[in-house]
Design a protein around this ligand. Sequence first.
Ligand code: UD1
Length: 430
Amino acid sequence: MPVKTEEVIKVIGGNPISGTVQIGGAKNSVLKLMAASLMAPGVFHIDNVPRISDVEIMSEVIDTLGAKTSIQGHSMTIDTTGVDKYETPYKLVAKMRASISVLGPLIAKFGKAKVAMPGGCRIGSRKLDMHIAALEALGVEFESEHGYINANVPGKLHGADVTLDFPSVGATENLMMAAVKAEGTTTIENAAREPEICDLANFLNEMGANIKGMGSPVITVEGVNELHSTDHTVVGDRIEAGTFLVAGALCGGPLTAKGVDPNNLSRAIAVLKHMGAEIDVTEDSVTVSRHGDIIPCDIQTLPHPGFPTDLQAQFMVMAIIAKGRSVITENVFENRFMFASEVTRMGADVRVDGHHAIIEGVDQLSGAPVQSSDLRGGAALVLAGLIADGETVVSQIEHIDRGYEDYVGKLRKLGANVVRETIETSDDDI
Ligand code: UD1
């Protein structure tokens, strides 16, 4: 039988976890900053860049368009003087949905764009209708053929009043970026309020844009003619921080996540407290510890400042060993409960009913081979392994590498018994 190899994460549960973990820059911000840099020729310096595979893919995407990216440690330099193309190939965009965020910048720069329809996480349908409708309001015409979206601006981009049906993060960002160079004023109502939107708006303003209201439901963009390069430090990753805080709460802590603004984690912190954790915050850190039982929760994912969908799977691990019944309702993405069905292999009692997960707390999980099917679900399987009896082997860890820099190394420093290993798999296993 042919032998293939695969990298997996092996976890032996039961170790105490404590100490301080340095949180990196936000994946969901840096990818958009990189896209936005396409709009102005010059040399950008971006600090606090996480070393994750999504950043590598976005580097390839913008380099294909003529940029030159290089990275040392966590500092990235982007030279955009040679950006001369407006077409992103399918082989790159198919790997990562966030590639779609070059659409707004390319339209702003060239008045046209050809972008392959995105792939990425398999979490719900994730349509593009809001991106398209919002950009059409600015004067962009679209047609789609052969798996590509062709955008064209006859004449000039012009400002408009746009109300989004839902505060979509990606649609808000694409619209904001295109509007920066439109003639006149654009008002985005029901805009997404995520901290990464604020980081992008601040970055664009540093480039010479005139954006107000970011962080509120109404963003106003006054179009400008000229943009220039800038230096910027990426906001801390609240989702990476939340993931480690769950590790601390599960295993007792005390665990300090450093390099994140606690204000960006307020719902997650409130739920941790409700579930029995003790929390201390400073300006740029959150410390968690837990002494008593885990109390069941009733979580509803919602756009920011609601509870983030990107922490839903991680918090489900806490619910799984809580003393009683929890309910988690997923309101942002359809079909984002793949983790739930996998973790039942470890003895969890989770029943999914539409967009609700009903979780009956169990006393103990039991280590098992499990497979990650998306980024956050994969990270959550490792968390489940931390408290399970025996060995958990998490496969398909490339999902985790998309968004966590050195997840295993950081957990090991905190005391976890976890390693990355290359194992042999037969074709039957794949
Ligand atoms: C971003 C984040 C992702 C996070 C999500 C919600 C990045 C790279 N990813 O994704 O980690 O989970 O925000 O906080 O920043 N929708 C439509 N039509 C559209 C656009 C979106 O129906 O045109 C739907 C999606 O299918 C989804 C919901 O709106 O159900 C929210 O999507 P959106 O906020 O756009 O998420 P992303 O920007 O894709």
